[in-house]
Design a protein around this ligand. Structure first.
Ligand code: XMP
Length: 521
C-alpha cells in the first residue's frame, strides 16, 4: 500500500533524497558501504525492470555495465561477450596501436553463431590423419569443410566417414562433393545472419551445417544448427545484445593523451589512430587517464571532438564538479568518475588524493545534470548492491575486478593451493606501466626514470563465464529496483533515498553469526 502522509513525513526525516542527504554530509566523504537505500512502496517486479541506458546520442546500452579498459579485463573476447549481453567493453590501450585496431575489428566483425575460422582439412589428407587431429586437439566434432591450397571449398567431410576403418583412405575419396554441400554467399547474409541460417535449417531437414563462401567459392565460415538453436533461445532473453545501426556489436576503445618526444600532445598520432578505429566501426572512444581535469586530457578531448563531431567520447577520471564541467565543455559526452576507489588502486595511498566514490558521484552528478552529460561510476564495485547505489547517481558502471576472474578476461588461469586464479593488475602498477600505460598516470615509459606506481598486481579467483557473473549482477540490480519501485533507471535516480549506516549496521548487512555453506558457487 502507498504510505499515508503521516508515515511519509516520518520516513522523510530519516530517509533522504540525494539532494538532501549528501549536502548534509558535506564534511565527510562516503562510499558504497557507508549508506543504504530505503525501500519504497512498489508495484514493480524485478524481472519487469528495464535496464537500458543512453550514454550519448547514438550510444545506447541494454544493461548499464561497461568493462574497464584494463589489460587484464578487456580485449575483444570480453567486449564481444559483454556486448552480447547488452553492455559495452572498452578495449585497453596497453598494446601496439595496430593490435588495438585488430581488436576493434574482431568485435565489430563478430557474427554471433558464425564460426569464422572453422577447422578445415585438405583433400590429400588421410582419414587417419584427421582422426589423429581430433584426438590431439580433443575436438568434440568430426565434420570438417574440405578446402584446397587456395582456400576454395572442395567439399564437406562428414563425421559418418571419419572412422578408424577408413583410416587409409584419402579425404578426397570420401568427402561429400562441393555440388552437394549447402552454402550461403557472404553477400546474402543480410543484417540478421542468424535468422537467415535459422530459416535455412528449417527448410532443409536433416542438414545441420551451412557453409559461408564468397564469389570465388572461398570458405569464410560455418553455421551449425545447434549453435543457431541455442542463440534463438537466448534471443528470448530480456536483455538484447548492444548493437549499432548496422546490427554489429558495440565496441569502445581507450586512448591516452600521448605525448611526443618534445613533451607536446602527439596530435597526429592520436588522430590517425582514432581515425583508424572509427573506420573499423568504433562506437565510442574513451580518453582514459588518472587525472581528467588536466590540460592534456582537455586538449585531447577537444581535438577528438573537432575531428570526429559525431563520435561519442568518454573522458576522465575526475571526482569534482569542476572536473565534470571542464571535460563536458571540452566536448566529452560521458564522464568517468572515480579517483582511487578501484580494487587495485593505490592512488589515495601514494598521492594522498581522491574521493570516496559515492560522495564523488553525487558532486559530479549535479555538475553533469547542469552540463547535460552522462556519468560513469568507475571503480570500487564489489557486489551488485554497489551497482544499485552507483546507478542512483550515474548512468552506468565501469567494472574491473568483478569481471577479471571471468573466462573472457585476458590472461592464463593458474592454480595455487588447489584454487584457480587469474592475474588482475592496476594500469598504474609498475608491470602495466612498463607495457605502456604510464601515460595514463602522467609518467614516461622510460624504465630508467623513477616512477611511483599507483596500482598493484593481484590475483582474482576464477569466476566462470561472463554470462554467469552478469546474471548474478543483473539479478541484483533488478532486485534493488524492485525494492525501490523503480521500473527503469531514470526512476531509480529519481526515487532513491539514502541513510548513513553505522559500523554495526555494516556488519549486520553481511552474513553474520553463522558458518556459511558454499553451495551453488
Ligand atoms: P575495480 O574496483 O572495478 O576498479 O577493480 C577498476 C578501475 O580502477 C581504475 N584503475 C586504477 N586506479 N591505479 C588507480 O588508482 C591503478 O593502477 C588503476 N588501474 C585501474 C580504473 O578506473 C578502472 O576502471
Amino acid at each position: 500500500m502507498p504510505a499515508t502522509k503521516e508515515s511519509d513525513s516520518l520516513d522523510s526525516k530519516f530517509y533522504k533524497p540525494a539532494d538532501a542527504f549528501f549536502p548534509a554530509y558535506s564534511n565527510i566523504a562516503l562510499t558504497y558501504d557507508d549508506v543504504t537505500l530505503a525501500t519504497l512502496y512498489s508495484e514493480v517486479l524485478p524481472r519487469d525492470t528495464q535496464l537500458d541506458t543512453t550514454l550519448a546520442p547514438g550510444l545506447q546500452l541494454n544493461i548499464p555495465v561497461i568493462s574497464a579498459d584494463m589489460d587484464t579485463v578487456t580485449e575483444s573476447r570480453m567486449a564481444i561477450a559483454l556486448a552480447l549481453n547488452g553492455g559495452l567493453g572498452i578495449i585497453h590501450y596497453n598494446m601496439p596501436e595496430r593490435e588495438q585496431l585488430s581488436e576493434v575489428s574482431r568485435v565489430k566483425n563478430n557474427v554471433h553463431g558464425l564460426i569464422q575460422e572453422p577447422i578445415k582439412v585438405a583433400p590429400e589428407q588421410l582419414i587417419g590423419e584427421v582422426l589423429e587431429l581430433i584426438a590431439k586437439k580433443r575436438f568434440a566434432f568430426s565434420t570438417f569443410p574440405v578446402v584446397d591450397g587456395q582456400g576454395k571449398l572442395v567439399g564437406l567431410l562428414s563425421g559418418h566417414v571419419v572412422k578408424p576403418r577408413y583410416a587409409k583412405r584419402k579425404v578426397a575419396e570420401l568427402l561429400t562433393p562441393r555440388g552437394h554441400v549447402h552454402t550461403l554467399n557472404k553477400k546474402e547474409m543480410g543484417r540478421d545472419p542468424i535468422a537467415k541460417a535459422d530459416k535455412f535449417f528449417t527448410e532443409h531437414p536433416g542438414i545441420n551445417k551451412l557453409l559461408l563462401v564468397d564469389d570465388q567459392d572461398r570458405l569464410h565460415g560455418l553455421f551449425t544448427m545447434s549453435d543457431i538453436e541455442r542463440i534463438i533461445q537466448e534471443r528470448n532473453a530480456q536483455f538484447k545484445p548492444a548493437r549499432d545501426a548496422s546490427f554489429r556489436l558495440l565496441c569502445g576503445a581507450a586512448v591516452s593523451a600521448t605525448r611526443n618526444a618534445f613533451g607536446e600532445l602527439d596530435r597526429e598520432r592520436i588522430l590517425t589512430h582514432v581515425g583508424g578505429m572509427v573506420e573499423r566501426g568504433l562506437d565510442v572512444v574513451a580518453v582514459s587517464t588518472a587525472h581528467g581535469h588536466s590540460r592534456g586530457v582537455g586538449d585531447t578531448v577537444k581535438m577528438l571532438r573537432d575531428a570526429f563531431p559525431k563520435l561519442p567520447i568518454m573522458a576522465g577520471n575526475v571526482s569534482s564538479g569542476a572536473g565534470v564541467e571542464f571535460l563536458a565543455s571540452c566536448g566529452a559526452d560521458c564522464i568517468k568518475v572515480g579517483q582511487g576507489p578501484g580494487s587495485i588502486c593505490t592512488t589515495r595511498i601514494v598521492a594522498g588524493v581522491g574521493i570516496p566514490q559515492l560522495t564523488a558521484l553525487y558532486v559530479a552528478s549535479r555538475a553533469a545534470q547542469k552540463k547535460k552529460v552522462t556519468l560513469l561510476a568507475d571503480g570500487g564495485i564489489t557486489k551488485s548492491g554497489d551497482i544499485v547505489k552507483a546507478l542512483t547517481l550515474a548512468h552506468a558502471v565501469i567494472c574491473g575486478g568483478i569481471l577479471a576472474g571471468c573466462t573472457e578476461a585476458p590472461g592464463e588461469v593458474m592454480e595455487i593451493g588447489g584454487k584457480l586464479y587469474k592475474k588482475y593488475r592496476g594500469m598504474g602498477s609498475l608491470a602495466a606501466m612498463k607495457e605502456g600505460s604510464a601515460a595514463r598516470y602522467g609518467h614516461t615509459t622510460d624504465p630508467t626514470r623513477k616512477v611511483a606506481p599507483e596500482g598493484v598486481e593481484a590475483l582474482k579467483e576464477v569466476s566462470g563465464s561472463l554470462d554467469r557473473v552478469l546474471a548474478q549482477l543483473i539479478g541484483g540490480i533488478q532486485s534493488g529496483m524492485g525494492y525501490l519501485g523503480a521500473a527503469n533507471l531514470a526512476q531509480l535516480r529519481e526515487q532513491a533515498r539514502f541513510i548513513r549506516v553505522s559500523p554495526a549496521g555494516q556488519r549486520e548487512a553481511a552474513p553474520h553469526d553463522v558458518v556459511e555453506l558454499k553451495t551453488g558457487h
